[in-house]
Structures are given as structure tokens and as C-alpha cells.
Design a protein around this ligand. Structure first.
Ligand code: MG
Length: 383
């Protein structure tokens, strides 16, 4: 980032401070020099933020809505010459907007903390500012983790002790559309080893989607019904039909509140049944044991990396299977989520690939697989 754009960023947020030393936050050596240079200077964390509209490459359609943009708020936390990047991404069904996120972030006072290493205290404080607002909280959490990783000079997958070689392939999403567009999107998905298909409308449309993809490729499909199947017998019938078509799992087949029906389906399903909408945060997990085979963790649902890490441990302790997913996000939140990917069986981290105006370069998909880099923090650089 140039000095001018950096100042503009701060000015936009109304928080331009006089003291900042501007350095490339990804140059560890420059950071060390800057650290020495600023020793004894201000060590207060400064949070800044600005709205950003992610433009979708295609109109994005799921069971009950369509859209061409996704509202995002980009955050930065600066401390002692280091800058951590974060992001809130708000698909409409989450109930958060750019203005609600910015209203929340205005209430966050990080100057009351002595050091960014007080992660637990800081994020417990942020979580207590208001209920819900999970994407806004994630925007602070991600920036804080990026900042701390940069100060330590290490990526989070390494700090957590995860093995980067065991990351799964990511799926690439093909949304509900006409046969012609689905064929085109399926061809576009050819570099990926798993295609995620959004179902949950009527039987004719759902089967058309899968048959159309199958007319192009036999690549593994994972299915997300987004709560679209209302009857348990019908849901099971669809799962059995999908099981004959190289489908490897089914996400949220039924409405999230129908827990007994989900348990009935899960008990009989030949495919793993994963909770997405039914599993928002850590405290949701115990009641889902038995009703689903596993959970889909998303940073925007669970307030960020700290709680996502805890969800991994709790789900494993309960012998539940794990998926890591995303919203439509820039490479910032995607790369943050990717730090946990090696602990999960399935990954759906394609949100950055669905937008045309990404702001960062981060985790890369190589031959379909999530590939982590050695950059500190969440491993991103500005484009
Ligand atoms: Mg889902």
C-alpha cells in the first residue's frame, strides 16, 4: 500500500493518526527494523475500517435468493508499525449490513488493552459489546490474528501446529441456473476436484442441476440444499438418488430448526449429513451431536478464528466430522479460514474466486487443493 492510499484508508475511517510508521507489513525484516525504530513509541492498537462491495462474477443464486454484489467491511488493526488485516462479509441472510458492522466497530475500543497478545481478553470483550454481529466480530478477530502472527513472524497454521500438507481440496460452487449456464459454470470448475452444487428447490430443478453437471463431468459433487427440503422422506429420497451420482456429502438438507427430522435423515443417510445454518457458534455443537454427522464452520458465523479453533476441538471431541466454509469474501477472510483447513475433511473456500474485485492475494488453490503459504499472520498481501 502506498503512503497516499494508506492515509486515504485512515482518513476514510476518520482515524488518521500522526505517529504511524508506514512499512510493508509482509517484509519481516523491515518489520524488525521498524519495531526497533518505534520502540518506546505509541503501543496502542488502532482499529480502522471501510465498506467495500464485492462484485460477483456471476449472479449468485441459492434456494431462496439471488444477488450480484456482497457487502463487505475491510478492517485494519495497527500496532507498533505492524498492520493486521480483517474482513466482515455479509450475505443478506446473515442480517448484518455494512452500516450495522460499522456501527458495531465504532464501539470497539482497543486502546484499553496493553498488547495484541491479549487475544482472549480482547475477543471476549468484543463478543460482549452486543449480541449477534458475528461478521463484525470476525472482522476484529481476523485483523487481530493477522497482526499477532505478523509480530511473531509466523503463520497461524504453524502457531497452531497444523500440518499444511493435509489440507483438503476445496469445492467450487455452481449455483442454481439454466442448463446452459450450469454447463458453462461446470466447465469453468474443471480445475477443481470437487463441485459444490446448490440444490433445495423442486425435484425437477434439483435433478436437472445434477444431471446437467454429470453431462459435462464425473467430478465428485458435494451438495448444499440450504434447508430447501421440507419433508424428511423426500430429503432421504433425494440423498439416495444423489448417492448414485458420485456425491460425497450433503449439507443442511432440511430447515435448521427441524432437529428431530434431521436426526431421522442422518440415521438413514448413505452420505454424511453436515449442519451449516443449524451450526453458528461453539455452543450450538453439543445439541447437533446425533442429528448431523458433522458441522460446517464459517468465520462469519462463529465470530472468527479464535472460536473456529475451539469448534474444531469440540467437534473432534464429540466425534463429529468437520467442514470449513465461507461466504462470498475476499482472499482476506478466505486465507484466515484456510489456516484451519488441515483439521477438516471438506473445505468450501471458493468465495474469493467468485468475485471479480478481490483486494488481497493469499491462500492459493493448487491442483484443486488448499495450499498454505509461509507468510506470517493469515498469509495475505495487498493486490
Ligand atoms: Mg451451506
Amino acid at each position: 500500500m502506498t503512503l497516499t492510499t494508506r492515509r486515504n484508508f485512515l482518513r476514510t475511517a476518520g482515524l488518521l493518526t500522526a505517529a504511524a510508521t508506514i512499512i510493508n507489513p509482509f517484509d519481516v525484516f523491515a518489520q524488525s527494523r521498524a519495531k526497533s525504530a518505534t520502540k518506546g513509541g505509541s503501543k496502542k492498537m488502532v482499529l480502522t475500517f471501510r465498506p467495500y462491495d464485492a462484485q460477483m462474477k456471476h449472479v449468485f443464486t441459492i434456494a431462496n435468493s439471488s444477488r450480484t454484489t456482497t457487502q463487505i467491511v475491510l478492517t485494519e488493526i495497527e500496532w507498533d508499525g505492524y498492520v493486521g488485516y480483517g474482513e466482515a462479509a455479509m450475505p443478506p441472510y446473515l442480517g448484518e449490513t455494512q452500516s450495522s458492522v460499522m456501527d458495531f466497530l465504532k464501539k470497539v475500543d482497543l486502546s484499553r488493552f496493553n498488547s495484541p497478545f491479549e487475544i482472549q481478553d480482547i475477543l471476549t470483550y468484543v463478543d460482549a459489546i452486543a449480541i449477534n454481529n458475528t461478521a463484525a466480530k470476525a472482522a476484529v478477530d481476523i485483523a487481530l490474528h493477522d497482526l499477532v502472527g505478523k509480530i511473531m513472524g509466523q503463520p497461524w497454521w504453524k502457531i497452531w501446529g497444523f500440518n499444511p500438507s493435509t489440507t483438503p481440496n476445496t469445492s467450487f460452487t455452481v449455483g442454481l441456473d439454466t442448463e446452459e449456464v450450469v454447463r458453462e459454470k461446470t466447465r469453468e470448475a474443471s480445475p477443481y476436484k470437487v463441485i459444490k452444487v446448490k440444490l433445495g428447490r423442486d425435484e425437477k430443478t434439483d435433478k436437472m442441476m445434477v444431471d446437467t453437471i454429470r453431462s459435462v463431468t464425473n467430478t465428485t459433487i458435494c451438495v448444499d440444499a440450504n434447508q430447501g427440503w421440507k419433508d424428511k422422506h423426500y430429503a432421504l429420497e433425494m440423498i439416495n438418488w444423489l448417492n448414485e451420482r458420485n456425491v460425497n456429502m450433503i449439507e443442511q438438507p432440511m430447515p435448521k430448526l427441524l432437529l428431530d427430522d434431521a436426526a431421522w435423515v442422518t440415521e438413514r443417510s448413505p452420505l454424511p449429513v453436515i449442519a451449516d445454518e443449524a451450526c453458528q457458534r461453539l455452543t450450538d455443537i453439543p445439541k447437533l451431536k446425533g442429528a448431523y454427522h458433522g458441522i460446517n464452520i464459517k468465520l462469519m458465523k462463529c465470530t472468527g478464528m479464535r472460536e473456529a479453533r475451539e469448534m474444531v476441538s469440540l467437534a473432534k471431541a464429540l466425534h463429529m466430522r468437520l467442514m470449513i466454509g465461507c461466504m462470498t469474501e475476499t482472499s482476506c477472510a478466505i486465507s484466515a479460514a484456510a489456516q484451519l483447513a488441515s483439521e477438516t475433511e471438506w473445505a468450501d473456500l471458493d468465495g474469493n474466486l467468485l468475485i471479480s474485485n478481490d483486494v488481497y492475494k493469499g491462500m492459493q488453490i493448487v491442483d484443486g487443493k488448499i495450499t498454505l503459504n509461509d507468510l506470517p499472520g493469515i498469509g495475505i498481501t495487498k493486490l
